[in-house]
Ligand binder design. Sequence first.
Ligand SMILES: C[S@@+](CC[C@H](N)C(=O)[O-])C[C@H]1O[C@@H](n2cnc3c(N)ncnc32)[C@H](O)[C@@H]1O
Length: 183
Amino acid sequence: MPQATIFASDVSRAALAVAQRNAKRHSLSDRIRLIECNLLDGFFHRTAANAGPSVVGAQHAAPLLGKDALRESPVTSHQSPLFDLIASNPPYIGRREAAALMREVRDHEPEIALYGGEEGYELYAGLIAQSAAHLKPGGILVLELGHNSLPAVQPLLEGPTWTNVAITNDLAGIPRVLAVERL
Ligand SMILES: C[S@@+](CC[C@H](N)C(=O)[O-])C[C@H]1O[C@@H](n2cnc3c(N)ncnc32)[C@H](O)[C@@H]1O
């Protein structure tokens, strides 16, 4: 998708450094903006003064995006980006499952990349709420799921904001990818 402008965010600076190396390797550095933030916080009405050094705030996103991809707050006049697609592979393992994890995962992956909370699916509610605020009408949210996430995540998509939920199973038959459309 050579026309796409891509923002990639992570709360971990170390993970973003890996992403930066990968982007460079694939000659995509000029099309991807890396943003250090919790979930999608970095896209909400930041100003240069309160943004961290590698955080790209909405005011930096603005020149990269067309007018129809920005929403202006009627209250503060701040602009925030609206996306066609948001995709996330959040941490979704429960801390209560840690003892049962394969050692090569538990002992070598950073904890922040593995655990979404005690149950595992805790980050989805915030991510879905923030995604609703940052997708264009008709925009698509794609989430990777943990093995026990679907019953917790699907109810979050009921109501007037979302439509057309599609679930894709992995090779073990576990619901692994959820895609949903913003109304
Ligand atoms: C399962 S890894 C996925 C890594 C990479 N995005 C990918 O898809 O291969 C989960 C990533 O989420 C990041 N993460 C954990 N909690 C986060 C949060 N609250 N906000 C943003 N990123 C978070 C971790 O640092 C880790 O890089």
